[in-house]
Ligand binder design. Structure first.
Ligand code: PLP
Length: 464
């Protein structure tokens, strides 16, 4: 039987290849549990086209999460495949230690022209974790060069996710992220998630926003601004459950950072490259100009592993003017600025700007409204989101909005039912995250919402 990443049955169709229990697959997948590590099987996908993928039984499924929020232009895009092949045939690799390439120079220029303010430098990485890691190490390096060796604390939020490398993972704040893992915890301070649904009962949205900002102000006062290097935040907490913060929150947090010489690092690994209808969302959607923006995923629509950090000109200027011009930023990746990744990203940018961003802006309201209908189901506490990202949060009851107990495995049940009905969902404990390819049509949105409605209704039947 095929099982998903949490051991849940994906399908038991007649043609399912029987996996002998005594011979676990050699492939070790991400996020396993100790009891299953190296011995679990995950559902096999064999192909994809547009918003659809096809599983091992030939069943077509809407790719509700677009892989991992990344297949933005959809599967089987010929222009991206051609760009990849053409670049591989022209120049498959160049060492970024000694050389550069036409696509990496061109992509850097294109991104600098589109990033807010003076974020006109970019350091390319291999994905989101290495982008966040690079941003944090840049902060540490800069403060060392400037003689501010105590200014290293990193502030993040509960509910945040920033990656799986050491420093980046230390910032994570979702349930179970830190339970069994070591990290640089002594260098990290965590603030409350700006989650309006979970704000204290009776508290207005304005009062909640004030509370969040004052909490940061109090932390700065308690630790001292001269000890805090960076505040790292996803504009919308994505895998924490698509948490859209109160209206003025990001601007006010940004202002506090500026007042205290704390770098504001926007982690746009999910929100950039079209998910919210813009190339970068910080300024276009939230009116905020960060000191750095990290990105990955949608930059190549997931066709090639690539990420990066946009860095402000003023940040590098300070380093250039420092007393340590010979200090080395001893950080780099063999695949930084990979020419194939950069060529794919350039073509992807062309596709996004050639109509997909407009499409996202045209269908986003319909997407949010279609899913909002699910609030009619008693199991659903809230449907929230922005652009083409949304989360359906299930609750024990609608009066208390208390979370469901984990053993009910509601997210996994919904996923299993939806799979049978033709939709992949991404279950997060009691939440289902929807972030389909950006090319999804209104009709496909309705189909996706209908299946999800039926999958949740079937789950409710299971639970009575
Ligand atoms: N930052 C955010 C906001 C993410 O959602 C993720 C991955 O989901 C990462 C960073 C890490 O990216 P990657 O998995 O490419 O290393």
């Amino acid at each position: 039987m095929l099982r998903d990443n949490q051991g849940y049955a994906l399908s038991d169709g007649p043609s399912a290849p029987a996996a002998p229990a005594s011979q676990p697959a050699p492939l070790v997948q991400p996020w396993p549990t100790a009891g299953a590590i190296g011995a679990e099987e995950r559902g096999l996908l064999q192909s994809g086209d547009g918003i659809y993928v096809v599983d091992a039984h030939g069943r077509q499924l809407i790719d509700g999460p677009a892989g991992m929020w990344c297949v933005n232009v959809g599967h089987r895009n010929a222009a991206l495949a051609d760009a990849m092949r053409d670049q591989a045939m022209a120049l498959s690799y160049n060492s970024p230690w000694y050389t550069t390439s036409q696509p990496s120079d061109a992509l850097a220029e294109a991104l600098a022209a589109r990033a807010p303010g003076d974020l006109n430098h970019v350091f390319f990485t291999t994905g989101g974790s290495s982008a966040v890691e690079t941003a944090l190490r840049l902060m540490q390096f800069a403060n060392n060069v400037r003689g501010r060796t105590e200014k290293k604390l990193m502030v993040s939020r509960q509910g945040g996710y920033h990656g799986s490398t050491y420093l980046a993972a230390s910032l994570n704040g979702r349930p179970r992220d830190q339970d069994w893992m070591d990290g640089a915890g002594s260098l990290v301070r965590k603030l409350t998630s700006p989650d309006p649904f979970r704000r204290p009962a009776g508290m207005s949205m304005a009062a909640f926003e004030d509370f969040l900002v004052e909490e940061f102000r109090a932390l700065i006062a308690a630790e001292g601004a001269d000890r805090i290097g960076a505040f790292v935040a996803e504009p919308i907490q994505a895998s924490g459950g698509v948490i859209v913060p109160p209206e003025g929150y990001l601007k006010r947090m940004r202002a506090l950072c500026a007042e205290n010489d704390i770098l504001f690092i926007a982690d746009e690994v999910v929100t950039a490259f079209g998910r919210l209808g813009s190339i970068f969302a910080s300024q276009d959607v939230f009116g905020v100009e960060p000191d750095m923006i990290t990105f990955a995923k949608g930059v190549t629509s997931g066709y090639f592993p690539l990420g990066g950090v946009m860095v402000s000109a003023r940040f590098f200027e300070v380093l250039r003017q420092s007393n340590h011009p010979d200090a080395m930023f001893a950080h780099g990746l063999t695949y930084s600025s990979h020419p194939i990744g950069c060529a794919v990203a350039l073509k992807n940018l062309e596709l996004l700007e050639g109509g997909i961003l407009d499409h996202v802006n045209a269908v986003s309201d319909h997407f949010q409204q279609s899913l909002k209908r699910l609030e009619a189901l008693p199991l659903v506490g809230e449907v929230r989101g922005k652009g083409l990202m949304a989360c359906v949060e299930c609750v024990a009851d609608r009066v208390s909005n208390n979370p469901l107990t984990l053993d009910l495995e509601v997210g996994k049940r919904i996923d299993a039912h939806c799979h049978e009905l033709g939709l992949l969902v991404r279950p997060l404990i009691n939440m289902c995250v929807m972030s389909p390819p950006l090319t999804i049509t209104r009709e496909q949105i309705d189909e996706m919402a209908d299946i999800l409605y039926r999958g949740i209704a079937m789950t409710m039947d299971d639970l009575v």
